[in-house]
Every structure is written in structure tokens, then in C-alpha cells.
Design a protein around this ligand. Structure first.
Ligand SMILES: C[S@@+](CC[C@H](N)C(=O)[O-])C[C@H]1O[C@@H](n2cnc3c(N)ncnc32)[C@H](O)[C@@H]1O
Length: 222
């Protein structure tokens, strides 16, 4: 990983930012929920893929991990930010929470699905995406899935580059949507939710009828 030789996360754009953390981060979602807005689109999409085990990579305050646990999924949360993790531990002390930089992650186990929700990819240090994708891929078991959602544009990581880095990590694009509710993705979308699978996995695209198959895979099948 570039720009963070001691692994302290000192170069982390997230840690350097003045965004709301801990309880203040949760407040926005609590307000949305109390106004009747459904705030569990991420958990809904994960649950629809039926994983038994999930690594919530960049779990923050445990917003999604805690909901997955409530739905019976075995979940482990990892985050760099002690303030976010302390809030997660306060809300769900029985769950497994680890403080680590995703670029160097080695939990010594594999999961059915790795989730990177809520712009984790946007908040990585410049040059860290490849190392993070390789580390996340190493935590996937056979047939494992990586599901990530992040904002696009304004010089942020673009889906093409993300797919290339994912491919270098042994991951193949299965599907891409523009929202967690699976609205279709098209060029120019402001947000992308991308589902990749280990290349050794069976055809995952067939699990999503009506899904526009990524062009390269469609060509392979023509
Ligand atoms: C916007 S928050 C999203 C939190 C959570 N996934 C959610 O959806 O509510 C982004 C999170 O990514 C974490 N993060 C950023 N870079 C990281 C890294 N290199 N390793 C681990 N976590 C990281 C931050 O600490 C932060 O908690």
C-alpha cells in the first residue's frame, strides 16, 4: 500500500477527514429510520445472496453487520477507525470486531461473502485499492462473493479501474447495479454496487435472472 509505510493508517483519507464518527455517524441513519425510511438495503441485498458467513470490511459502527447478525448470518466486522469500532462494540458487544487496515488484513479464515458498503472504497488511501482487493479476495472461500457499493465521479475510483484491480485479485464481475435495491446500472450513474466472484466460482450470473450480464462474460457465451 502506498503512503502508509508503518501500517498505522496515518495516510487514511477517512481518518484525516472531519466526517461524523461513532454515535454522530449513526445519527443520520437513526433519523432516516425514525422518519420511516428503510435503511437496510445493503443487508437486504446481502441476505438475498444467502451467505452463511460475512466479513464486513470497513464495518464502521456496525450498521450493516448488526442487522446481518439479527438475520442469522455469522458476521465479523473489521475497521481502521477506533471511534467507529468502539461504537460498534458498544451496540453489539457479543459480535467479533477487529481493528485493522484492510490492505494488510489476515484473519486466517475465509467467508462466503465480503461486504464493503458505504463508500469504503472511496475512503481508502490513494494507491491502496489493489492491495485491499487482494486481501479481501484472500478472505473468500470457494464460490465466494465480494459486494461493494461506492459513489462515482469527481475523480473517484471508476468501475473500469475497479474491475481491472478486482481481476488482478482473481475476481470476476458478476453483476453491477446503481443502487442496493438493484436498479439497473448505466454509464454516468452516480453510484455503483458491484458483485464479483472468485474466478474459480461457478457461474454466478445465472443466479440473477433479468440481470444485464457484463459485456465480457456475454461475449464468452455468444
Ligand atoms: C462511510 S464509513 C462506512 C461504514 C459502514 N460500512 C457503513 O456502511 O455504515 C467508511 C468506513 O471505512 C473505513 N475504512 C476506510 N479505510 C479503511 C482501511 N484501510 N481499513 C479498514 N477500514 C477502513 C473507515 O474507518 C470507515 O469506518
Amino acid at each position: 500500500m502506498a503512503d502508509d509505510p508503518d501500517g498505522s493508517g496515518a495516510a487514511s483519507p477517512w481518518l484525516a477527514s472531519d466526517v461524523a464518527r461513532g454515535a454522530a455517524y449513526d445519527l443520520r441513519f437513526e433519523r432516516l429510520a425514525s422518519s420511516g425510511t428503510h435503511v437496510h438495503g445493503e443487508a437486504d441485498l446481502v441476505a438475498s445472496l444467502a451467505p452463511a458467513t460475512v466479513l464486513d470490511a470497513g464495518c464502521g459502527t456496525g450498521r450493516v453487520a448488526i442487522e446481518l447478525d439479527r438475520r442469522g448470518v455469522e458476521v465479523v466486522g473489521v475497521d481502521l477507525d477506533p471511534e467507529m469500532l468502539s461504537r460498534a462494540r458498544e451496540k453489539a458487544p457479543a459480535l467479533a470486531w477487529y481493528q485493522a487496515d484492510l490492505a494488510r488484513l489476515d484473519l486466517g479464515r475465509r467467508f462466503d461473502l465480503v461486504l464493503a458498503a458505504g463508500n469504503v472504497m472511496v475512503f481508502l488511501a490513494p494507491g491502496a485499492h489493489g492491495a485491499v482487493l487482494r486481501a479481501l479476495a484472500r478472505h473468500l472461500g470457494p464460490g465466494g462473493l465480494l459486494l461493494a457499493g461506492f459513489s462515482l465521479g469527481d475523480g473517484r475510483l471508476d468501475p473500469g479501474t475497479y474491475d481491472e484491480l478486482a481481476s488482478d485479485a482473481g475476481l470476476t464481475l458478476v453483476a453491477r447495479w446503481s443502487t442496493w435495491e438493484r436498479e439497473p446500472y448505466s454509464a454516468g450513474a452516480a453510484y455503483a454496487v458491484s458483485l464479483h466472484a472468485l474466478e474459480s466460482a461457478p457461474d454466478q450470473a445465472s443466479r440473477f435472472p433479468g440481470m444485464r450480464r457484463p459485456a465480457s462474460r456475454a461475449r464468452e457465451r455468444a
